[in-house]
Design a protein around this ligand. Structure first.
Ligand code: NAI
Length: 469
């Protein structure tokens, strides 16, 4: 393979959209077409007022910078495949809901369908890049599918190029990645394909940050990175439980531990639990892989990271109920934040959903405010989380509010579920005046000024602190 001049990305989601938009911006000499089977998603990417399908700071500027120039969004998947010399497969790989490995294994149906489509319509050689997070050896399956179905004179080289961006900071992460990882077969052809993709990234990433490894190492590195990041959070959250029981302060403990240069300060914030589409899914994937490889101790080790996360969410809901005199039936709870973290509208696996489900099961009334999540998404997620409750009855107990202040009006308690910056700047005096007394605050993200709130009169409970009330 020579120089890449046309790229197609299959999957216009949280990864495919931002990643390939940044490639287009940084490589004006490359034509990038992002294709998806979801018409409304593609329409939103093409929206004339730039109301894009995902919220990500800085994304709009990137798309404005190159859409219509060398960046295109389309539902014509076949044409996108045919014209490209390099194809990213960036489709979703959710946890399987049924069948073998249900609840653990990744559902590779979308990856396989996209791969089969490439084999069916390609009429020239392609570099096919696995961008989705997949279990080890998926590249091998892709290669078998492509090679068994290809036309004469079509060669396919497979690369693994997992994405390490984090939602909420995706554009910054893509502009200045810690590293770009490319896995390839260690054959002359594999290495040539790897060089071709390296040249694309080298337009803005320095070569010492572009790591080239074998295919399986690349695939496993992505699962390993997410497992170790999530493990840090579960470790801190496990310590937060000890802090609450002893009167220690998890912020102080994390700060002290993080000062050790071997540990480092980042990603040590205690919280109500991690969310997002990746951590849990990728760890479960690793657990499944370990079990398939007859490594039950390894599987149990990683599974505990997810179990600790579930425990943390459960523990937090229980603290709310316990603190409100053991019942929240009929009480009003304001939940601030519905996205799984700040600066995204993504709600997949959001801790907020679990908390609200628990509160609904206690027959509380809930008022929700989130600055980015669309209302339909909230109803969709709550209906999915509470299969025992018809949507009409959920809607009787839940109100979606236009501001934090509205949500807190007449509330018995307020819960910080997402660390949106604006929640630090709420007019607390006004909130206090309008809340029922005693006015309880539960900080699930450790963002509030506890002393200030206590002075106003709030009863404050913070994760990882004993007796702050
Ligand atoms: P997503 O669900 O937002 O986007 C996937 C898109 O692929 C959807 O729009 C879907 O319609 C489309 N699609 C599925 N099958 C298709 C087909 N055969 N032809 C054309 N389009 C098809 O998923 P997201 O979040 O972008 O994730 C994609 C992959 O990237 C996953 O494997 C995920 O684990 C991985 N990843 C996600 C990160 C994140 O922060 N969301 C970060 C790093 C990796």
């Amino acid at each position: 393979p020579g120089k890449v001049s046309k790229i197609c990305c299959i999957g216009a989601g949280y990864v495919g959209g931002p990643t390939c938009a940044v490639i287009a911006l940084k490589c004006p000499h490359i034509t990038v077409t992002i294709v998806d089977v979801n018409q409304s998603r593609i329409d939103a990417w093409n929206d004339k007022d730039f109301k894009l399908p995902i919220y990500e700071p800085g994304l709009e500027d990137v798309v404005r910078g190159c859409r219509g120039r060398n960046l295109f969004f389309s539902t014509d998947v076949d044409k996108g495949i045919q014209e490209a010399d390099l194809i990213f497969v960036s489709v979703n790989t959710p946890t399987k809901k049924s069948g073998v490995g249900a609840g653990f294994a990744a559902d590779l149906n979308y990856v396989e369908l996209a791969t089969r489509r490439i084999a069916a319509v390609a009429n020239s050689s392609k570099i096919v890049v696995e961008k989705s997070t997949v279990p080890c050896r998926t590249a091998e399956s892709m290669r078998t599918i492509l090679e068994s179905n290809s036309k004469p004179n079509c060669r396919f080289d497979i690369l693994s190029n997992p994405e390490f961006l984090a939602e909420g900071t995706a554009i910054g992460d893509l502009f200045k990645p810690d590293r770009v990882l490319i896995g390839s077969l260690q054959t002359p052809e594999g290495k040539a394909a790897c060089d071709a993709l390296t040249e694309v990234y080298a337009n803005w990433v320095s070569k010492d940050r572009i790591l080239t490894v074998g295919l399986w190492s690349s695939e496993l590195s992505k699962l390993a990175a997410n497992a170790m990041l999530a493990q840090r959070i579960s470790s801190v959250n496990a310590l937060s439980a000890i802090c609450e029981a002893t009167g220690a302060n998890i912020d102080e403990v994390a700060h002290a531990v993080g000062f050790d240069s071997r540990v480092g300060p980042k990603f040590l914030k205690a919280s109500v639990g991690f969310g997002g589409s990746c951590f849990q899914k990728d760890i479960l994937n690793l657990v499944y892989l370990s079990e398939s490889l007859h490594l039950p101790e390894v599987a149990a080790y990683w599974r505990q990271v997810v179990e600790m996360n579930e425990y943390q969410k459960r523990r937090f809901s229980k603290t709310v109920v316990d603190t409100l005199f053991n019942t929240i039936t009929g009480k009003h709870i304001a939940v601030l934040g519905f996205a799984f973290k700040a600066d995204t509208g993504d709600t997949r696996e959001s801790a907020s959903i679990t908390l609200i489900r628990d509160f609904l099961n206690e027959r509380a009334n809930i008022k929700i405010y989130d600055p980015q999540v669309p209302h339909e998404q909230i109803w969709f997620d709550l209906a999915e989380a509470c299969p025992n409750l018809p949507l009409e009855s959920i809607k009787k107990s839940v109100t979606i509010c236009p501001s934090a202040l509205d949500a807190c009006n007449q509330a018995d308690a307020l819960v910080i579920a997402t660390e949106w910056k604006e929640f630090k700047e709420i007019d607390w005096e006004a909130v206090y005046t309008n809340m029922n007394k005693p006015a309880f605050v539960f900080d699930g993200r450790l963002i509030l000024d506890v002393e200030k709130l206590k002075k106003i009169g709030f009863k404050v409970t913070v994760i990882g602190r004993g007796n702050v009330m």
